[in-house]
Design a protein around this ligand. Sequence first.
Ligand code: 13P
Length: 259
Amino acid sequence: MGRKVIIAGNWKMNKNAAEGAALVEELKHICADSGCSCCGEVDVVVCPPFTTIAAVVEAAKGTPIKVGAQNIHWADNGAFTGEISGDMLKTSGVEYVIIGHSERRQYFGETDATVNARLKAALKYGLKPIVCVGELLAEREANRTEAVLSTQIRGGFAGITGEEMAGIVVAYEPVWAIGTGKTATPEIAEAAHAHIRGELAAMFGTEVAEKVRIQYGGSMKSANARELVAQKDIDGGLIGGAALKAGEFAALIREALGK
Ligand code: 13P
């Protein structure tokens, strides 16, 4: 399909500025020492907390490592205490932004409508969105996985053009696999990814759907990245725990590339 693999580390609420810069430095050393060119062959993104972004942007300068944020507000500015705007992210050197992570949906009242509003703000500011979808364990057990994913996609991507959609990254993160050590099997993940791509094809046409990169997220690590990314519709990973140690993250990138 020619879709470039994209591996993104979602650091969640981990790593202060010094720790974040140190992690990127270590990653740089590992790549230099091994002569590895993986970061050029895949898109590698790190998504630190807001206050760590500046230090990480500085540390990643001159490398292929790209920086992302973990959230964005839909307004340009104003009385939204605790929120961050697209302009603030863009001018901080951020290129990607995660939107609608399940932890935001679970703990902070994020809905498909707010995901859609944040997505539109990201596009307005030229940021590359990584939009997360995924079902809860109870939803999977009730055989509602596909219906849940379809609803999240239809709501989250409402009013988006095909051209915009082609540049958006979708992350399929089954909530029962996040931070639990329970990875979806490659077959389970591939079935969900294929469903997501089918839903995108219904909304935007096959040509657009084939361009969209769909990451898997949920206990992905170096030991399972290869077989997951080998699946037809799995184009990379959104990594939590395994992105917090440079050695493991670098190993995961190599495995995802099949090296
Ligand atoms: P873990 O890799 O820690 O399961 O987290 C996945 C995730 O939520 C990435 O956004």
